[in-house]
Design a protein around this ligand. Structure first.
Ligand code: F6P
Length: 361
């Protein structure tokens, strides 16, 4: 099939993520070197689709050296996309937005869009597609919680950072006989906590998918101490759901981002009357150079997104299944996150090696 495409735009939305630049590089190189298309970078989320001056030409020279770089050369927005109108259905792309985007795309001489992002960004991509903009998606998030793909790029790098942090905390925990609590990201899903907790040899992992009590956590820590293990490592997912009250019956406040680990740490300290230190790892997990796995996955995703456009397969998002790059309708990929299965093999493996999740002592 001969493609009528002359130019494409690349946009990314949501939080930055290691591997974003590698996707951009993969797509730009495939589009230019393989297909001879022109490529335009849409800056700051979808802003460049509304304001054409917020775009840059992406040439092979312009993207040289970005493969190992964290962040995104396009800039991004976590919130406040230009389509943020309040409708009965919430945020939506309107007919007026569509006409503006169309005009901008004509002005920039781009025929189709590659949209890189998580659930929120892919939902906007779906809406643009529904209104008639030729669009393909690339899934992105360190949280690894998109249901249509086995892995999202960025997760592996975040996992390395979190595991390294747990290793480092181990040495202090051991030297000082302390309980060390570490809060990791993941939004509503416990993937980073579960994987890094197993990889880092944690004693307790608390995730949103498994309700826990502080009593159960402390009972495990007491048992460890009783058998001569003077230190413990507790990994807490930022989305872990605090029980209604601490062991003294005091209700927990509704935590702000980055507070769950601190509240868990305080409750353990009060309960055990032991030295506890808490580390909130935060955005360090999103920063820095992508791992080799993420660089390769990002490159494969970027290249396949371009091939979807070349084949005219719009409205689809690339994904990884059994090690192969495939694609699914964006419609099927959004609106529902992939959570940890409390009875799944990863949790069972963790339990088999003695890690507890606070649902039992
Ligand atoms: O989705 C990625 C993520 O890093 C989550 O793990 C975290 O909850 C959120 O983004 C933080 O967003 P922001 O950078 O807007 O604070």
């Amino acid at each position: 099939m001969t493609s009528s495409i002359k130019g494409i735009g690349i946009a990314n939305g949501g939080g930055d993520c290691p591997g974003l630049n590698a996707v951009i590089r993969g797509a730009v190189r495939a589009a230019i070197l393989r297909h001879g298309w022109k490529v335009v970078g849409i800056l700051d989320g979808f802003d460049g689709l509304i304001w054409p001056e917020k775009t840059i030409p992406l040439t092979v020279d312009r993207i040289a050296g970005i493969l190992p770089r964290g962040g995104t050369i396009l800039g991004s927005r976590s919130r406040g996309d230009p389509f943020h109108h309040t409708t009965d259905q919430g945020c939506a792309v309107t007919q007026e937005d569509f006409l503006t985007c169309r005009r901008t795309m004509e002005k920039l001489e781009i025929d189709a869009l590659v949209v890189i992002g998580g659930d929120g960004t892919q939902t906007l991509a779906r809406d643009l597609g529904r209104l008639g903009i030729p669009v393909v998606g690339v899934p992105k998030t360190i949280d690894n919680d998109l249901k249509a793909t086995e892995v999202t790029f960025g997760f592996d790098t975040a996992l390395h950072v979190a595991t390294d942090a747990i290793d480092r905390l181990h040495t202090t925990a051991e030297s000082h006989g302390r309980v060390m609590v570490i809060e990791v990201m993941g939004r509503d899903a416990g993937w980073i906590a579960l994987h890094s907790g197993i990889a880092g040899g944690a004693d307790v992992i608390l995730i949103p998918e498994i309700p826990f009590t502080i009593e159960n956590v402390c009972s495990r820590l007491r048992n460890r101490a009783a058998t001569g293990k003077k230190f413990s490592i507790v990994v807490v997912a930022e989305g872990a759901k605090l029980p209604p009250a601490d062991p003294f019956g005091n209700p927990f406040p509704t935590p702000r981002p980055g507070q769950v680990g601190i509240l868990v740490g305080e409750a353990i300290r009060e309960s055990l009357k032991q030295d506890v230190r808490t580390t909130v790892l935060g955005h360090i997990q999103r920063g820095g150079s992508p791992s080799p796995f993420d660089r390769i996955l990002s490159t494969r995703f970027g290249v396949e997104a371009v091939e979807l456009i070349a084949r005219g397969e719009y409205g689809r998002m690339v994904c990884l299944r059994a090690g192969e790059i495939e694609s699914v309708p964006i419609e099927d990929a959004v609106g529902e996150v992939r959570l940890v299965d409390p009875n799944g093999s990863m949790v069972r493996t963790a339990k088999a090696v003695g890690i507890i999740f606070g649902d039992e002592p």
